[in-house]
Design a protein around this ligand. Structure first.
Ligand code: AMP
Ligand code: MG
Length: 425
């Protein structure tokens, strides 16, 4: 498998004033072409630093992609850096100068003298035509390693890559494939999950397995490299079935699947309906559910009952239970879920009541304590969750909302299994 380095130049990128979107885009294109990116490097507008990185890259990979620094101003130093790295001089490339003049003429303007530098090319380099801007790109071999320098302006860079570079890289990749698949999990922390699949995560293994985590979700990313697309697919399939066998229902989907999407699909498949009664999540569960197109098929509605009064008035929670157990309690979580199911006339209902912080925690009921109520056709339950008293408010709320959705998912999966085996309704 061919390997690439992707280099971006620009002081604004190095200082974090502009987000570098070019390298991410290019690395994704390379992967799609079957080329593995080994490094992303950002250098400020400094010809010597750029030359040094280019020299390093030339000995370490099979193809170099670089963006930025091809403009007409004094901070545009890529041409010089390329010439220095190749140990050659810059010379004027007349066809590029003609293109520049024509570019300005088409806009009714005289070309500023300053732009002539954009027609300079290192000796032995090839100009890559720019169909939507002034600066031509440059293709040059550095110690035998092809290097493509593209404009920094994202749309010019993309157009030039697709027209001038991708076909050559496709030939270079020679049919190799680098495919990736992500399995989404919920319910197990990243370290516990990592323990269970440790042997698959060993570095240097193909397919390569890695995890990414955020707010209760853990993604398992599988990258497979192979001489052909079919071989890479087979490696992914093998890894996926291995992971599914080990992790079972912790895995809720793959690639574009989302937790609310999967819950929605299960509701739609079983013809069941859902409603919500939210306190500390303030409508977040309802938002996640209604983010899914077509959710009107199963979503009956939801109530945001923040104050105790609202819990009593809207969802028929018993004021004495609130008084005795406190609003943040399993009793009230169950009452909220049951109240929502009755008021909205749904088969299932999810509720939350908790302390999202940062204030309001006590030793008995710390910040991060959330009770999640669940009403199903077979009963009403509540689960106590501790999301951590130092967790930020938005993390507690999002984890609570996702936990409620995941509890629903597991209930629905159970119901589907029963219906399929004939022991359901
Ligand atoms: P340059 O070709 O270096 O003069 O870049 C022209 C403009 O393109 C810059 O002012 C940036 O706004 C943008 N740009 C350059 N490099 C990148 C990059 N790697 N990611 C996103 N935008 C970029
Ligand atoms: Mg620049």
């Amino acid at each position: 498998m061919r390997r690439a380095w992707v280099i971006s130049t620009g002081t604004e990128l190095a200082l974090g004033q502009t987000v570098d979107t070019n390298t991410a885009w290019l690395a994704a294109q390379l992967a799609a072409l079957g080329i593995r990116t080994l490094r992303h490097i950002t250098v400020p507008d400094d010809a010597d630093a750029t030359r040094d990185v280019l020299l390093q890259a030339a000995t370490a990979c099979d193809v170099i992609l670089l963006t930025g620094g091809l403009g007409p101003t004094d901070d545009d130093l890529t041409r010089q850096a390329l010439a220095d790295a190749a140990g050659v001089q810059l010379h004027l490339h007349p066809p590029s100068l003609d293109h520049l003049r024509a570019f300005f003429a088409a806009r009714g303007r005289e070309m500023p003298e300053r732009n002539t530098v954009q027609a300079l090319l290192p000796q032995a380099a090839t100009a890559l035509p720019n169909t939507c801007g002034t600066a031509p790109g440059i293709c040059i071999a550095l110690s035998g390693t092809p290097c493509y320098a593209l404009p920094g302006v994202p749309f010019e860079m993309r157009a030039m890559f697709e027209r001038e570079v991708a076909p050559a890289l496709k030939r270079l990749a020679d049919g190799a494939a680098l495919l990736s698949r992500t399995l989404h999990t919920f319910g197990l922390g990243e370290s516990d999950l990592g323990e269970r699949i440790r042997d698959l995560m060993v570095r240097g293994r193909n397919p390569e397995v890695g995890t990414t985590a955020g707010f209760g979700l853990v993604g398992i990313r599988i990258n497979a490299a192979a001489p052909s697309h079919a071989d890479a697919e087979a490696l992914l399939d093998q890894a996926e079935s291995d992971l599914r066998r080990r992790l079972g229902s912790i895995i809720f989907g793959r690639d574009g699947d989302t937790l609310p999407g999967v819950v929605g699909a299960l509701l739609a498949a079983t013809g069941r309906t859902l409603s919500t009664a939210e306190s500390c999540t303030g409508g977040l569960i309802g938002t996640l559910i209604t983010d899914v197109a077509g959710s009107s098929r199963y979503n009956r509605g939801g109530a945001i009952a923040y104050a105790n009064q609202a819990k009593v008035a809207i969802l028929d929670v018993d004021p004495e239970e609130v008084e005795q157990c406190g609003a943040v309690s399993d009793v009230v979580a169950r009452a909220l879920a049951l109240g929502a199911a009755r008021k909205f006339g749904s088969d299932y209902a999810a509720s939350t009541t908790g302390i999202a912080g940062p204030a309001g925690g006590t030793p008995e009921k710390p910040v991060g304590l959330v009770f999640i109520g669940l009403h199903t056709p077979t009963g009403t339950t509540a689960q106590k969750c501790l999301f951590g008293s130092d967790a930020p408010r938005e993390a507690i709320r999002l984890r609570a909302a996702r936990t409620a959705l995941d509890l629903l998912r597991l209930e629905l999966m159970h119901a589907v299994t029963h219906e399929v085996s004939g022991s359901g309704r």
